[in-house]
Ligand binder design. Structure first.
Ligand SMILES: Nc1ncnc2c1ncn2[C@@H]1O[C@H](COP(=O)(O)OP(=O)(O)OP(=O)(O)O)[C@@H](O)[C@H]1O
Ligand SMILES: [Mg+2]
Length: 322
């Protein structure tokens, strides 16, 4: 077993005139969550589908556990689980039947499939709904069922394509915890996302995709540092407090605070986000300063993009004039 679970080298893929992936390299170390971060159309699903043997690359080599995805797709499939961008559940089957069917398709015996389905229904909080047809499931329940399906055969490597898109904040949080639990169990997860916050929260390493190019790879901290990292912003109610607030912020900041006198605001970059926020808010309270706003600002995906590419993520959708 190599310590690299998934590797892509010089992988390209075009659809007609659309170049979906341009010569990308990826290395996913075993036992982590690896985040593939990018806006709509940047090539996330194409990458996942190539790695999961559903699509052949035009050029380059991709391997899973050192096994070539084009030469030995069957062997690769035995090692991976996939939850695609759109939940692939059979609406006319119950949750339990869906899982058992997936297990049977991946070669499990009936009794093994039933036992494993039972285990996963409990793990994914679907036990109560297990014997209802999945047509009536909520979006979050479908996502969980889809994820459970991908885990039936206990794959060591899991591909999740935008697992939380369309979920409400509570379901998203629950799914994040589930994904973290999978990695604790030793599974390697490659997930795609459009949200920096999600990649930040889950992934130990992130590759940023832009129009089919990998434009940056690093830890969440490294990527955020490239856009200036986090900052603390304080807006005071009484203009007379602005000086004191500025001094307080300066004591916790990694650079000189910028003061906006007209809006009674001061903002400064901090190296240790949450801890700095706690210090500043404690000192502000102690000084008896009334605040209108006191917040930790994190860079958004748009700011990361702007900083890395010089254009915003939204520009992506613009089609070149024909
Ligand atoms: N089957 C296909 N036929 C034609 N073009 C395709 C096909 N699949 C993908 N593309 C194009 O390839 C590019 C990359 O698409 P891909 O689906 O990989 O992006 P994505 O990052 O997953 O986007 P999203 O966030 O919207 O899911 C896009 O320009 C898309 O229109
Ligand atoms: Mg996609």
């Amino acid at each position: 077993m190599t310590d690299i679970a998934v590797r892509a080298e010089g992988v390209s893929k075009s659809f007609g005139k659309t170049l979906a992936l341009r010569n990308i390299d990826l290395e996913v170390p075993r036992g982590i969550v690896f985040g593939l971060l990018g806006p709509n159309g940047s090539g996330k699903s194409t990458t996942v589908r190539i790695l999961a043997t559903l699509l052949q690359p035009d050029t380059g080599i991709a391997t899973v556990d050192g096994i070539d995805v084009v030469k030995h797709p069957d062997k690769v499939r035995q090692r991976i689980g996939l939850a695609g961008q759109y939940a692939a559940v059979d609406e006319y089957l119950t949750g339990r039947e869906n899982l058992v069917m997936f297990g049977r398709l991946s070669g499990m015996s009936k009794s093994d499939a039933r036992a494993r389905a039972d285990e996963l229904l409990h793990q994914f909080d679907l036990a109560d709904a297990a014997d209802r047809v999945s047509k009536g499931y909520s979006g979050g329940m479908r996502r969980r069922l889809d994820l459970a399906s991908s885990l039936m055969a206990r794959p060591p490597i899991l591909f999740l394509d935008e697992p939380t898109t369309g979920l409400d904040p509570r379901s998203r949080l629950a799914l994040w915890q589930t994904i973290q639990g999978l990695v604790t169990d030793g599974i390697t997860v490659l997930l795609t996302t459009q949200y920096l916050e999600e990649a930040d929260r889950l992934a130990q390493r992130i590759a940023v995709l832009d129009k089919g190019d990998v434009i940056a790879v690093g830890s969440p901290g490294e990527l955020k540092a490239r856009v200036g990292g986090e900052s603390v912003e304080v807006a005071v109610v009484r203009p007379a407090d602005l000086d004191t607030a500025t001094r307080i912020l300066a004591a916790s900041a990694s650079e000189a605070p910028r003061v906006d006198v007209e809006r009674n605001r001061v903002i400064a970059a901090v190296a240790d986000g949450a801890a700095a926020m706690a210090r500043v808010s404690g000192a502000i309270a102690e000084a008896g300063i009334a605040t209108e706003d006191l917040a930790l600002r994190r860079p958004t995906l748009d700011e990361v993009f702007l900083s890395l590419t010089g254009h915003t993520a939204e520009d992506e959708d613009e089609e070149p004039a024909a």
